[in-house]
Design a protein around this ligand. Sequence first.
Ligand code: MRU
Length: 342
Amino acid sequence: MLPTITWDNDRVILIDQRLLPAEEVYLECLDHIQVAEAIEQMAIRGAPAIGVAAAYGVALGVQKMEESGDWDGEFDRILTRLENTRPTARNLFWALERMKQTFDNHKHLALLQLKETMIQKAISIDKEDVDTNKKIGYWGRELIQDGQNILTHCNAGALATAGYGTALGVIRAAFEQGKKIRVFADETRPLLQGARLTCWELNKDDVPVVLITDNMAGHLMKKGQISAVITGADRIAQNGDTANKIGTYSVAVLAKEHGLPFYVAAPLNTIDFSLTDGDAIPIEERNQEEVKQLAGQCITVPDIEIHNPAFDVTPAKYITAIITEKGIAKPPFELNLASFKD
Ligand code: MRU
């Protein structure tokens, strides 16, 4: 399996996803600020992977604490720095809440023990994510039939998680069952996670994949060349409204128009049960240069006005089912997602 992120001797090592597929370079983070920068600059990305990275970031931050220091104050500063990286992925805040709980429950210990406890907690969040994705794959594979063509958007694969993937986890699990499937990967402008990352990791695993540009999906659906759509999620509201990579909403509307199932695969820690619907999901607005440039080259007039929302919200009415580690939720999502809550 791909080593998206690992803890190694008081360092966090992650594959630099900005350079893929051209170069496989591993980035070393020695403190929580370097982890926060890696998240902001998308050296690591994908909601579950961001959560795992943040957990390791907290563990790194705690390693720098000293006996005589203000532990609570330092901990708050570490948390705030990591919270202020990317606003949309629920998994980031979920992981930080878990790390805070662990810190609060163990801060009475000797500093050395507290440090080790924080490392172990981050490692367990990392391992749990892989386990969760395998369960999502197990439930979701039954929705995919032999011979189908599956469209996906962005990268919800091993790279976007601690391993195996959510949407691509379902595809992997169906493929491992021996189903002959073909994946259509949207390139996913502006940062090309589909072209660069989904194609790269499916190719490595010999899963047949065809790359298309973002504006081709409707044409292929109309021609009967797509059987189903499956994507990941960054944040899901109580009612099933789902924030995911910009462009997901258009694909979901197209799927409905063509009578195709549209599935979302996500761990339960992506669900924000505090939000009744998707209107309150914070949507990250990113740097204009991401739209202005392609592979470092300016592709437009230099002073053009640009809008660059990183995510959109797909209303629940377009979603056929949400695949979680506890099973498949169908509408009404308010009821059926709530039944999976701890
Ligand atoms: O901006 P990114 O690359 O972090 O966006 C990633 C996505 O939108 C993924 O589909 C989502 O995080 C789910 S990853 C399992």
